[in-house]
Design a protein around this ligand. Structure first.
Ligand code: ADP
Ligand code: MG
Ligand code: MG
Length: 211
């Protein structure tokens, strides 16, 4: 089975719910090493995403992903909004005119998302950012997609698990990018909020993209 436009829309709805449920957790994480708004930023962004997808029903997976990007970029002022926005924009371009998404296409979209985030934010691995979750996720997705019969859900599940492991590595890292870098050595000992959001999003997507 593959992922339809409707699956993509449902995945975004599920992501919006998850981000809202974890809002306080994201706020606490960002309070420790940033300015404490990451939960609000993500909740506002994904509420805008959900509203826009209800207002204008997309006609393809690419159109849905592009709508997500536009909503995030226009509704979130913090660093994470434009970065996640770029990720979804690149993912939209990567899936092209596919009517449904198979495992390899989902993996290619994740790779494109990572490339977009690194092009825009210039963070490398171990800079203690969302890249520490997204990079291993993209790699795991590619590996999973080469296994015969791995559909979007299996690919996203592998990506989510790798993101979780990657996010956990941010705890001991010293931030080199974003607000947390202002803290220098004192940023160590805390989970990066953006990396945590990547885990939440991928888990939400894996839960709904079926087969
Ligand atoms: P702000 O820092 O503007 O308040 P948020 O709190 O919403 O924005 O987002 C913070 C998150 O953004 C960080 O936890 C980190 O994962 C991510 N981030 C910040 N700068 C970068 C960057 N240059 N590259 C990748 N991710 C980044
Ligand atoms: Mg913040
Ligand atoms: Mg902020």
């Amino acid at each position: 089975m593959s992922c339809t436009t409707q699956h993509v829309v449902e995945a975004m709805r599920s992501a919006a719910n998850s981000v809202s449920e974890h809002r306080d957790e994201l706020v606490e994480l960002d309070r420790a090493i940033g300015d404490g708004d990451h939960g609000e930023n993500m909740e506002r962004g994904f509420l805008a995403v959900r509203n826009q997808l209800e207002l204008t029903v997309p006609e393809s997976p690419a159109a849905a992903l592009k709508s997500v990007a536009t909503s995030l970029i226009s509704s979130v002022g913090g660093a994470a909004g434009p970065l996640f926005g770029t990720a979804f924009l690149r993912a939209s371009t990567a899936v092209g005119d596919a009517e449904t998404l198979d495992g390899p296409t989902v993996a290619a979209a994740l790779r494109a998302a990572l490339d977009g985030v690194t092009a825009r934010g210039k963070a490398e691995r171990e800079d203690k950012t969302m890249v520490d979750a997204l990079a291993p996720a993209a790699e795991a997705a590619e590996a999973a997609s080469t296994t015969a019969g791995s559909g979007p859900s299996a690919v996203l599940r592998a990506a989510a698990e790798a993101a979780e492991t990657g996010a956990r590595t941010t705890v001991s890292l010293i931030a080199k990018k974003g607000r947390a870098s202002y803290l220098g050595d004192r940023s160590a000992g805390h989970l990066d909020p953006g990396a945590r959001s990547v885990v939440l999003l991928l888990n939400a997507f894996a839960d709904v993209t079926g087969a």
